[in-house]
Write a protein that binds this ligand. Structure first.
Ligand SMILES: C[S@@+](CC[C@H](N)C(=O)[O-])C[C@H]1O[C@@H](n2cnc3c(N)ncnc32)[C@H](O)[C@@H]1O
Length: 337
């Protein structure tokens, strides 16, 4: 059996670091918030520029030792908080220059088999990133078949969700499903006639359970709204996402609340309500992808998409239609366990 790797054995490769630095220009100085500190790759690179201050955030207590080291190295310029990024407004005041999100898991989390994120693990079904009272084990053994099916189908975009949910419930009648390899076996059995050779058969189900355990959709939506509120005019919000649900949410937020939407037609009167909901300069719907060189060095970068938007003013109103638009995901995440 593979033993657990320590963070130092598998440090995280910061995805699209040079593109992040190019977009947020730390050479000009300013206050930066690294909402997904992880191995600290972005924070360390920004702190190399002398006039910068960085606030690091991560929900995972496993990153504390890396963060504490950085705090002692940059006493006046770096501060870390172990909170969820949806809570960032409890520790940060307005007037931030740049806020960065690098969503999903770090390789430290994925490669630590005790955390239960990797389908190569034979350890307990956990999948908590920190600061949640749910575990994959609880979700898999407690939810009804129909709720499991919906979660796997919608949050994992898994076509075989129905069979997988049915087989999970069938198995757990005999014995509680406690280990990662037990779940992997059920998924493989359920998909035996429908293997894609591109991705592991467990990828989508694991994505769904992980999103549900950590409430990643509501985290992203609250995180992006709060970040927008805290940015100063001209400030930038950068988001690296890894799957289509995340990218759909980011793209909608940036384009729907930008100046592109302010006056869809010059024949229409200005709408006061719309005016309140313009947070960003004209949004260029452009995705930045990792360079060919990075793809050779770091395979996970292949699915990374970087988008950014520039704040047009400091006022902020609650974006009700953003939450309405994605209510299907939010309602699913709120399912009682
Ligand atoms: C992809 S890693 C970031 C890696 C980092 N950019 C680096 O260069 O090392 C994502 C990190 O974000 C954290 N994270 C994910 N969702 C979060 C949330 N809602 N609040 C705070 N931290 C979160 C995870 O615990 C993980 O450490």
């Amino acid at each position: 059996m593979k033993t657990q790797k320590s963070s130092l054995e598998s440090p995280h490769f910061p995805v699209m670091l040079s593109e992040i630095i190019r977009v947020c220009s730390p050479s000009k100085g300013g206050l930066f918030v690294d909402c997904t500190f992880g191995g600290g790759g972005y924070s360390k690179a920004i702190l190399k520029f002398p006039n910068t201050k960085v606030i690091g955030i991560d929900r995972d207590k496993e990153v504390l030792s890396i963060a504490k080291n950085l705090e002692s190295q940059f006493k006046k310029r770096f501060k870390f908080y172990q909170i969820k990024f949806s809570q960032m407004d409890t520790v940060i005041e307005n007037n931030v220059d740049t806020i960065i999100f690098d969503l999903g898991l770090s390789s430290m989390q994925l490669n630590n088999f005790k955390r239960g994120f990797s389908f190569k693990s034979k350890e307990k079904l956990d999948m908590s990133m920190g600061l949640t009272n749910l575990s994959a084990q609880k979700v898999i053994n407690t939810l009804s078949e129909s709720n499991l099916k919906l979660i796997i189908k919608v949050l994992g975009e898994e076509r075989e969700a129905s069979k997988i949910a049915k087989n999970i419930v069938k198995e757990r009648i005999n014995k509680k499903i406690t280990r990662v390899d037990e779940l992997v076996k059920i998924i493989e059995k359920s998909k035996k006639n429908n293997f894609s050779n591109k991705i592991n058969p467990s990828t989508k189900t694991f994505q769904a359970i992980r999103i549900f355990v950590n409430k990643e959709i509501s985290e992203l939506m609250d995180g992006i709204s709060k970040a927008t509120k805290l940015l100063k005019p001209g400030g930038k919000i950068l988001i690296v996402s890894f799957h289509s649900i995340e990218d759909k949410i980011v793209k909608f937020f940036f384009s729907n609340f930008s100046k592109n939407k302010s006056n869809p037609s010059r024949y229409l009167p200005e709408n006061k309500m719309d005016e309140e909901l313009i947070f960003f300069e004209k949004y260029v719907n452009k995705v930045i992808k990792a360079s060919k060189l990075e793809l050779i060095k770091n395979n996970p970068s292949r699915s990374a998409k970087l988008r950014y938007a520039i704040r047009s003013k400091s006022e902020f109103s609650y974006p009700k239609n953003f939450y309405q638009k994605f209510s299907q995901y939010l309602n699913l995440e709120a399912t009682n366990v």
